[in-house]
Design a protein around this ligand. Structure first.
Ligand SMILES: [Zn+2]
Length: 118
């Protein structure tokens, strides 16, 4: 499953950042996912819960998913437009000479360290 690989990669990255910052626990991770990426958020959340339950640093860590809008660029008129709405055809000049500039990626936006227990 595609999502499981992504979760492994994200958790590894977050664990490394937590270690660098001497954080014992991570409380929340905000992940941005492109609108036209193939990631299915509900699968990702299931994998997340399972993976975090195996890691002392990540146990109980909340996952917040934000969507990055997909944007396509037209090489002919140099306009940008919403990919989901217009597909590969430029709504300004009708050209098909376009490519996706944003919306197929995923990235960690924010990592929040859990409050230290008293
Ligand atoms: Zn155009």
């Amino acid at each position: 499953m595609h999502e499981l690989g992504i979760v492994f990669h994200i958790v590894k990255t977050v664990e490394e950042i937590a270690a660098e910052n001497q954080a014992d626990r991570v409380g929340k991770v905000v992940l941005q996912i492109g609108e036209v990426s193939t990631i299915i958020p509900s699968y990702l959340e299931d994998c997340w819960k399972w993976k975090c339950s195996k890691s002392p640093v990540m146990a109980g860590c909340e996952l917040v998913i934000e969507t990055i809008p997909a944007i396509t660029f037209c090489e002919d008129c140099r306009e940008t437009f919403a990919t989901v709405e217009h597909g590969k055809t430029c709504p300004y000049c009708g050209s098909g000479n376009t490519y996706l500039i944003q919306g197929n990626e995923h990235q960690i936006k924010e990592i929040e360290v859990a409050d230290q227990e008293q």
